[in-house]
Every structure is written in structure tokens, then in C-alpha cells.
Design a binder for this molecule. Sequence first.
Ligand SMILES: [Zn+2]
Length: 307
Amino acid sequence: MRSLILLLISAFTAGYVAGAPSTGTVPPKLTAPAALLPISSATSLLVVSPHPDDESLCCSGAILRVLKAGGRVSIVWLTSGDGSELDLLVVEKSLFIRPGKLRDLAMRRMEESREAASILGVSPDHLYFLGYPDRGILSIITDNYITPYRSKFTDATAVPYAAALSPGHPYTGQNLERDFESVLDRVHPTLVLAPSPRDSHPDHRATGVVAIRAMARRNELSKMRYWMVHGGELWPMPRGYEPDLELNPPPLGHGLSQTPFKLEPDEEQRKRLAISAYRTQMEVMSSFLLSFVRTNELYSINPMPGH
Ligand SMILES: [Zn+2]
């Protein structure tokens, strides 16, 4: 069933990106200048993050560069990271999943997001938490597009967080899309950095699809660029803090013409500080998180190969 849904989403995504600029016949080095759109004081960047921490892992360098140019940066988190049993075990020292505990964990992760955003210089007024369920985004945009989804982690069937954009919104695909559209209406992005639907994490793939569908409805797909965090087994290699090394393209990025966005040393240091603000995540997987502090970030023009 799951593989069928993924197949459908792949086909669905492919249909929506057919009009995106093609790099299929262009040699990779000629595509490099187009990796990100030109950055200036007129840039309004929206980073689309499935979980608290993804925005810092993928895009700290781009965020810092846009702010340095005098542009505006906004971040939207689709989930608040309330679905991790591992986190609960390590951070809360508890083997039992209690809905309240995971909601508390989500509150801590949202606070860490605010701290990370502040380290990067993003205004608190430009942070949007949608509060949809961790591990539930793919179901929400497919099986639960109309009928509310119940999180097996928090037992919630509606957005439970007061700090979210629309507290009490039932967990449906329709509502998620409505909330996402409302963020686009407020931000008017000129550049959207979203997860590639090729990422191996279902929340990431589904988040990419939500962003692609919304931007396609506005005929603004050309403003999108894509990144990966879960790019295949053992990526990034080597694991750990190695700030002098390049971030090499991930195995799942094959065919995407990912191009490097070079970071200055001070940008790398700021990125390390932002990632380190996620104390709950650093306790669980610091070497994975810190392996994103490299001399470059990677962005692709196309979400899927062959378009
Ligand atoms: Zn994530």
C-alpha cells in the first residue's frame, strides 16, 4: 500500500514539475550559477522545513547570505517533531510513549527552532509553525486529505499547539494546504527552498510535494530550489564535524544536477551554532547533524531527475 502511494506521489509530482526549467541536456558546470536565484535586498526567501532542525541543516548558508544582502527570510515548519520514540528514550529517559510527553518534547523543539533562527538572524515575526504530526504528512496528503488523521504519538487529531499558525485545525490535507497557502500569502517568496521528493524520509518527500503543489497553483515553480537531508545510507560521509570538507552529492540525488553553494568560514561557524541549538537532537544524533557543517550546501533546480 505504502509503495503504491509513493508511486502515485512520484507520478503526481512529475506531472507538476513538467513545466520547470530543464537542465537535462546542459553540462553540469554550466548550471552552477543558476543553483540559487540571484540574491539581493529584494529577495524574500522561504525555507520549507519538515521538522525542527532541517532548516538549519539544509540552508543556514543561504539564509545568512540573503540576510547579509538585505533580503528577508521566513521559515515554515510543517511538523513540530512530536513523533520520535528515540528522542523520548534518550532525552526523556522514558520507554513509555505518553502523548503528553511527546507534546512537551515538541514544545522544546519549537523553542530550539526559535533559538536557531535567532542565531541565524531571522526575525521571530517570520517563523511559522504549522503543528502537523511528525511521521504523518504523507498520510495527511493522501489517505487523510479529507478525514482527520490521528497521531499515534500524541493522540492528536488536530493541531494541538497554541503557538501554531492555526491551533485546532483538524489534521487533514486540505487544512495543511490551506495553512501553507496562508504562509505564502504573508511571505510572498521570491525563492523557496524545499525538500526534494527524492529524500528518503516520508515527511520530507511529502513536504516537498505540498510545497510543489502550492507553488504550481500560483504558477511559481521557477522560484523553487530543492535540498536533501536524508540522501541515502551513510550520507553525508564522513560523519561528524569536518568543516574543511565538501558536502558531496547524496546517492539519492543522482540525476538531480545538484550544484554547490559555497559557504564562507564565518557562515560555517554560524551554521554549527544554529545546529547546536537543537539540544534534544544533538543528544540523539550529533555526528549526523554536524556532518552538514561543510564548505558548501547543495541545491537542485529540479525536484526529480529527468525533468
Ligand atoms: Zn526532518
